[in-house]
Design a protein around this ligand. Sequence first.
Ligand code: ZN
Length: 103
Amino acid sequence: MVENTPQDRTDQIVAAIRSHWKGNQRCPLCHSNKWTLGELSAIPSFDEPNVDFGCVHPTVPIVCLVCGNTLLFNAMVLGIVSEPNQPGTRPLELDYVPVAEGK
Ligand SMILES: [Zn+2]
């Protein structure tokens, strides 16, 4: 098995985000287009009703270099992370919850 280098991982993340980010790529707050890729991270979530961090969402942050606005992309949805890689994680299960109605 061939190991991915950090640059391979970065290239994969950038390609995945570019394939999904259509249209205007300016920051919605300051209107700059100076974004940088953050480190692959994990956002813990509560596993109610136990109130422990039973689920981790692997996340790729994209940070506006002008105002700090941060976009978070789910790394499993992007195809960057395919399996839970930390103890206590479980496969991502997302219910579709519309947050805005299209016109
Ligand atoms: Zn900004």
